[in-house]
Design a protein around this ligand. Structure first.
Ligand code: ADP
Ligand code: MG
Length: 598
């Protein structure tokens, strides 16, 4: 009975009745957090086998007669059967059904076998089918199997973008130049402002963070007041937010400084009560001086008011930051990563204000390090800002395939188990990423994804085919992301193209798209744009690489655009239908067909 309950009552029915609703859901997952979600099917089957183990282990001891144990069988069968159904679309896990069938057939009568078969199914080592069916499985905990069967990764985190490597091959020149400029901060002087350029994935952020860590640790070693503030302007993208974040950071630091100092002075004050001579040799000649200083510090601490995330006039935020940073002597390097995003979103006011601060600060000095992915972004800057910010410029050129190989090799050594990669994996990842403007992020993504795909298919090693699959997957994820973020009107146009293509229309022309587009708009109550606008939207889709359009001459009928889809139909359609507005188009299929009958 439970077999049917799990198989049909649970997943199957839902899927069968609402294929459209479930398809985009799956796609969402696989595209977004690829690595996390991919592990879910495994985790799911582990869980489903775990409740069963207490159930069958006592019965193992008691008896092997099948009639007494009808319950454990279905328990295990159910997830076993549902696993292939669930994972069929996402996982090439041919072993799952194998393991299952060996488990179930051998069990006809015995419960032990099913139990171990159940474990075996989730274990990556398929070859053990026969072996694990024996008693020895009882010596192993449920998780022992899973742990020991991890031949691929040693530490996957090392391949993620959030990891800051300790070594950055092929960036010595850039790192040394940054250090040469910033070393003045350790001498108490103001370093020149620096502007760093380079395409995405050329190691700008990683190098800048590496240098800032070194700078701060050296400043602590020599006890020089030098601090680095890192701001990612893609996230903190307005003047208000940048200044507020800086102000609050320095207020917090000042509070810490004040409270440390107060602790010491209060201790001194207590000591003075016992022995008035304690003051000799301190900066205070009288107890009154000491008391006054304590009161002053307490007042300072009270006065410092944190900036709320919205609501204050900008000049108040600015002056709060100004006072906070100037509270005591220090050199501050402000790193503005993705500075082009800040300028694009909110102009160059922030940079103008920051770059003028030094002339007014009394105790402290600031230096700005801007990092940009866009080589031309200074074109939009006020000339004064441009010359002040670009006192020093450092360019990060793209990596070539050989450099990418080195970078990957360094990371692979710590992230993968020994001998987990075949020889061609790293060169292939490097070659693919070199085509992609020498992007190290892409190279690392490829390597990690290839590893994950190998892990999922329960391969012993990562091989060339996993890299090729990873390349396809990443490319598909990119398409999915582009499609997902299209404006609604473009989505409707694209949906029209998909419907035509699915109905076997080739060389689709603009008129055909427009007709279907209009019908779709009526269906979902959207504004209908002119055919001319729709043609523009088609051109945009063409530029994004989603459709491929060519202009063809129709003789005396003039010219028209003919197009086809350049992305996979199913996945793209699923993404479109996951948009709540387009999701309403349920019956589109029949009415398109009807059009062609007319
Ligand atoms: P950018 O800021 O230029 O877009 P990142 O610094 O974020 O690029 O680098 C992208 C990814 O590549 C990060 O995971 C980073 O650790 C890695 N990376 C880039 N350059 C190197 C290098 N020379 N050595 C090791 N890892 C690198
Ligand atoms: Mg970066």
């Amino acid at each position: 009975m439970r077999i049917f309950h799990l198989k049909q009552g649970g997943y199957m029915d839902e899927n069968e009745h609402t294929p459209q609703a479930s398809a985009p859901g799956e796609d969402d997952q696989s595209s977004e957090g690829s690595s996390e979600t991919e592990e879910e099917p495994n985790a799911g089957s582990d869980e489903s086998s775990s409740p069963s183990s207490p159930a069958h282990s006592p019965s193992t001891d008691e008896t092997s007669a099948s009639s007494t144990d009808p319950a454990p069988d279905p328990d295990l069968d159910a997830p076993a059967d549902s696993a292939p159904n669930e994972s069929a679309s996402t996982t090439p896990s041919s072993n799952v059904p194998d393991g299952v069938s060996s488990g179930t057939t051998s069990t006809a009568g015995g419960d032990i076998d099913v139990g171990s078969g159940g474990r075996d199914r989730s274990s990556p080592d398929v070859d053990f089918d026969g072996v694990v069916l024996d008693d020895e499985a009882d010596n192993q905990g449920l998780f022992d199997d899973l742990l020991s069967g991890e031949p691929i990764f040693e530490n996957k985190e090392v391949l993620r973008p959030s990891y800051t490597p300790h070594e950055l091959p092929h960036r010595n020149d850039q790192i040394n130049r940054m250090a040469t400029i910033l070393v003045s901060a350790l001498r108490g002087e103001t370093p020149s402002n620096i502007l760093i350029y380079g395409k995405t994935g050329t190691g700008k952020t990683a190098s800048a963070k590496f240098v800032s860590q070194e700078l701060e640790s050296t400043s602590q070693k020599y006890d020089v007041p030098c601090e680095v503030e890192y701001i990612n302007c893609e996230v903190t993208d307005t003047q208000y937010r940048v200044l507020a974040q800086l102000a609050n950071t320095f207020i917090e630091k000042n509070q810490q400084v004040i409270s440390d100092r107060l602790d010491r002075l209060r201790d001194l004050r207590t000591a003075v009560d016992d022995d008035p001579h304690t003051l000799t040799g301190t900066e205070f000649s009288t107890v009154d001086d000491l008391d006054a200083r304590i009161a002053e510090l307490e007042a300072d601490a009270d006065e410092m008011e944190e900036v709320p995330m919205t609501g204050w006039p900008t000049d108040r935020v600015y002056s709060t930051f100004f006072e906070a940073v100037d509270y005591h002597e220090r050199v501050v390097v402000i790193m503005l990563d993705e500075i082009d995003k800040l300028v694009e979103k909110s102009g160059d006011d922030t940079l103008y204000n920051l770059s003028r601060m030094n002339s007014e600060l009394d105790r402290s000095r600031i230096s700005i390090m801007g990092i940009s992915n866009d080589l031309k972004f200074t074109d939009f800057l006020d000339p004064r800002v441009k010359s002040s910010l670009g006192e020093e410029e450092i360019v990060f050129p793209p990596y070539d395939a050989n450099q990418l190989r080195d970078i990957l090799q360094h990371r692979a050594d710590i992230s993968f188990k020994q001998d987990a990669l075949t020889d061609d994996v790293i060169p292939l990842c490097a070659a693919f990423a070199a085509q992609e403007h020498g992007d190290a992020r892409r190279a690392l993504d490829l390597l990690r994804t290839a590893g994950e795909l190998a892990e999922r298919s329960q391969a012993e090693v990562v091989a060339e085919t996993h890299v090729r699959q990873a390349q396809d997957k990443i490319e598909l994820d990119r398409v999915v992301e582009v499609v997902r973020t299209l404006p609604t009107q473009s989505k409707i146009v694209l949906f029209a193209v998909i419907l035509l293509e699915k109905n076997g229309v080739h060389n689709i022309n603009t008129g055909e798209v427009f007709n279907i587009y209009k019908r779709l708009c009526e269906e979902i109550d959207a504004d209908v744009l002119t055919q001319r606008r729709v043609t523009d939207l088609i051109s945009e889709l063409d530029m994004l690489g989603i459709v491929n359009a060519v202009v063809v001459s129709k003789g005396r009928y003039g010219r028209t655009k003919e197009m086809g889809l350049s992305v996979p139909v199913e996945e793209t359609e699923a993404v479109l239908l996951s948009d709540s507005r387009l999701g309403d188009i349920e019956n589109a299929q029949p009415f398109v067909q009807a059009r062609f009958d007319n």
